[in-house]
Ligand binder design. Structure first.
Ligand code: PXG
Length: 458
């Protein structure tokens, strides 16, 4: 197991022998070598070969404050010394969870004043979905059960979350629970055809109205959606979309769950994606940036209407996790929020997002392989196209994206490929120089990809 000469473990060999990775084809994973990340600082990762890698994905869309923030480490250590754990089940609470609850109620849009804690985005989504069903049951409308989501939506990997999400591969493999349904995403680049984006935004919203009419509003509990779809390929809705979606949901008394797991805590240049799009959600799920990934934590913000019913009329809500409101996680989240505020990282995300966009436009706007560059703050995507004029996709979606993703890796840049979209979400602390470095690496990787695929392009 241990390498005799260096005394260093054969990380790759042992990983492949014992570790089952999330969302991975293990046979192909084992055919290559996993990259072992050993340390990180700022926006850079270090791997076991000593490479310095620019992390264009903030870990997994989560390390908003960047790596190596001592104040988060200190907050965890101090809380671990004082009180490493106590539960919040049996008429008990702890100072960090109380403080964080108040802080989140103040930070989130008006009307969201109660918070339920969990450890992952999936658990937050699961909790929100159970809450909305219990809400309607309590109201005497138990038939209002259906959850509407969207194609390419991602709401986690528990059975309820995967059912709410619109990832067909997940449904195919593990099934989809009853009482879930999906509508089209506001993906203008892919589905807009000859429509302008504003017109398409209304068209996509209309698909929701039509689905509601088909299923019956009296059967529908909630519509769950990310303000900007992240894992589905950074789908940024046209300006017309969210106001119309809200109008439709309100008209049919369907609750809105804004899944802010990726958009929350500054990513879009606003504190929440809901702030950016004027969404007034009934519930809001959050994770990732709440603790910048330094420790697992998630939360559901519950709006007054739902909270009042749950508190006053439901009786016991039979739901909760051992680590709901974990004191160490809450202490880290408080330090994380301090840092976001002190360093003005929300405004910085807007500013650096604009800079990154300008540099990408300059470097890649005319590139034959680039169909669209889109972003909102520090979340964005570059669509790779086989025919720039017609926004055409390559055959066998995902193949060219994977080629480009591998070139990025080779150039010491982490970017994700979603189908043939290269998505990015660097830490909010990224500097102008680091943006230059990132754009240089993206350009190089896209040029290398172009060399491989140009013979297939029209
Ligand atoms: N909602 C949204 C909007 C998410 O993006 C979850 C819920 C689930 O969170 P947890 O913490 O349970 O993973 C997510 C997670 C990717 C990728 O490759 C995205 C996520 C997770 C893993 C991979 O884009 N998002």
């Amino acid at each position: 197991m241990l390498d005799d000469i260096s005394g260093i473990m054969d990380w790759q060999g042992v990983d492949s022998a014992h570790h089952l990775h999330p969302f991975s084809d293990h046979k192909s994973l084992h055919a290559g070598k996993v990259r072992i990340i050993t340390a990180a600082d700022g926006v850079f990762l270090t791997d076991s070969d000593g490479n310095r890698i620019l992390d264009g994905m903030s870990g997994l869309w989560c390390v908003n404050v960047g790596y190596g923030q001592q104040s988060l480490v200190d907050a965890a250590a101090a809380q671990m010394r004082t009180l490493p754990f106590y539960n919040t089940f049996f008429k008990t609470s702890t100072p960090p969870v109380i403080e964080l609850s108040q802080r989140l109620a103040r930070l989130t849009p008006a009307g969201l004043n109660h918070v339920f804690f969990a450890c992952s985005g999936s658990e937050a989504v699961d909790s929100a979905l159970r809450m909305v069903r219990v809400f309607w049951q309590t109201k005497g409308l138990p038939e209002k059960r259906i959850i509407l989501g969207r194609e390419y939506g991602y709401h986690g990997s528990t059975t309820l979350g995967a059912s709410a999400g619109g990832m067909v591969d997940m449904h195919r493999q593990a099934g989809r629970m009853p009482d879930f349904d999906h509508v089209m995403p506001p993906y203008w680049y892919g589905y807009g055809g000859q429509m302008g984006s504003e017109e398409f935004g209304l068209y996509a919203a209309k698909q929701l109205a039509e689905r509601i009419a088909a299923l019956g509003a009296h059967n529908i509990a909630a519509f769950i959606a990310e303000p900007i779809q992240g894992a589905g390929g950074v789908i940024i809705p046209p300006e017309t979309y969210w106001p119309e979606i809200q109008r439709i949901c309100r008209a049919h008394d369907i609750l809105i769950i804004a899944d802010e797991v990726i958009c929350g805590f500054g990513r879009t240049g606003h504190m929440f994606g809901s702030d950016r799009f004027g969404i007034e959600p009934d519930l809001m799920t959050m994770a990732k940036g709440i603790s910048s990934g330094y420790i697992p934590l998630s939360a559901v913000m519950v709006g007054d209407r739902v909270a009042e019913t749950l508190i006053n009329d439901t009786g016991e809500f039979y739901h909760g996790f051992t680590y709901s409101g974990h004191p160490v996680a809450c202490a880290v989240a408080l330090a994380n929020l301090d840092l976001i505020e002190e360093q003005g990282l929300v405004a910085r995300a807007a500013e650096m997002g604009a800079l990154l966009r300008a540099k990408l436009d300059e470097a890649l706007g005319d590139h034959p392989l680039v169909g669209e560059i889109r972003n909102e703050g520090l979340i964005g995507a570059i669509e790779l196209t086989s025919d720039k004029r017609n926004r055409a996709f390559f055959d066998k979606r995902g193949r060219v994206g994977t080629i480009c993703r591998d070139f990025c890796f080779g150039n010491n840049l982490v970017m994700r490929a979603v189908r043939d979209s290269m998505v990015f979400a660097p830490p909010l602390i990224i500097s102008a120089d680091e943006i230059d470095e990132m754009v240089g690496k993206v350009k190089k990787s896209i040029d290398q990809t172009y060399d491989v695929v140009k013979h297939e392009m029209s």
